[in-house]
Write a protein that binds this ligand. Structure first.
Ligand code: SF4
Length: 309
């Protein structure tokens, strides 16, 4: 990996780049941050993956490349190619999947065997939102077979709305159970299931390090998301090293207010109409952003992240 000599001037040592290989998914889970579903559009090509990896190389700080979605296994050839290209460059590689493909142990073996030896983390969604066909738990099968192949593997679980004593998770959710965060489709589908709290109390972003992000998501259009639907630049239009060097959180139209006073500050700063209460910080943040999309089309993008399918 050839690092750019100006790397010392970067405000944050980005260690993980999470590639949204596709917005498409065979499921359309209520809790999905990115509105993944069968009618979504936007998938990376070999060329775009190569370009993203070249950009990652220039930083010299990236250690992990994740492939997620949507559902990354829907584009298996692209996934395999991306993994090979990332490994050739010396990155650790992770995948996030709903394991829809693990219908039997023998079938799961066929899917995973070509990836054996190349995967440093296989994260499998296994919760009430992800389907299982006719009583078959594909997540369990996938984990069992991955272990047989000595592939590091764990479950990601999202708890039911309102479940108590569950730590919240972000982006690539931590292993174990995480709370629902009411952004993306979850804001529309699940927020009414929990008690609303006064909007003024959401005065911080509790989940993302907006000032010094260690990992970012990049989508098939090149948007670099500091949180799903909040872009800090497009790496198909500007070099990644330049985006990172020039990232000024305080002057970013959404991150700036978030740092001053959380989602409530977005409401105050832009004098937005609002409800009295919201399910959580992300619910207020997401709804405020929806109201600002026309004003900041390059930042609050793409349509896919806002359910405009
Ligand atoms: S408050 Fe906003 S920026 Fe922070 S994690 Fe929630 S949706 Fe993302």
């Amino acid at each position: 990996m050839a690092a750019d000599p100006s790397i010392e001037t970067l405000p944050t040592p980005l260690s993980g780049l999470h590639l949204l290989l596709t917005y498409e998914c065979n499921y359309a889970c209520d809790h999905c941050f990115v509105w993944g579903g069968p009618s979504q559009t936007g998938t990376m090509t070999v060329e775009s993956i190569e370009q993203i990896l070249r950009e990652a190389d220039t930083l010299g700080t990236v250690e992990w490349i994740y492939f997620e979605g949507g559902e990354a296994f829907l584009y298996f050839a692209m996934l395999r190619t991306g993994i090979r290209l990332a490994k050739e460059r010396g990155y650790k590689v992770g995948i996030v999947t709903n394991a829809y493909w693990a219908t039997t142990d023998a079938d799961a073996l066929e899917w995973l065997r070509p990836l054996a030896g190349s995967i440093d983390d296989l994260s499998i969604s296994n919760d009430v939102y992800h389907g299982s066909d006719e009583g078959v738990n594909q997540a369990e099968i996938a984990r069992r077979v991955a272990k047989r192949l000595n592939m590091p593997v764990d479950f990601i679980r999202v708890a039911a709305p309102g479940a108590c004593d569950v730590p919240a998770g972000v982006g690539q959710l931590p292993a174990g159970e995480s709370a629902v965060l009411y952004r993306g489709r979850a804001a529309d589908k699940l927020s009414s299931l929990v008690e609303a709290k006064p909007w003024e109390q959401f005065t911080v972003c509790p989940w993302e390090d907006l000032r010094k992000p260690e990992r970012l998501h990049v989508d098939p259009f090149g948007n670099l998301h500091i949180c799903q639907g909040i872009s800090i630049g497009n790496l198909f239009k500007r070099p990644l090293v330049k985006i990172m060097r020039e990232y000024d959180p305080d002057s970013h139209p959404i991150v700036g207010p978030l740092l001053v006073g959380g989602p409530a500050e977005i409401i105050r700063h832009y004098e937005l109409a609002h409800e009295d209460g919201y399910a959580d910080h992300c619910h207020l943040c997401y709804k405020a952003r929806c109201a600002l999309r026309e004003r900041f089309p390059d930042v609050l993008t793409p349509d896919q992240m806002y359910g405009d399918i």
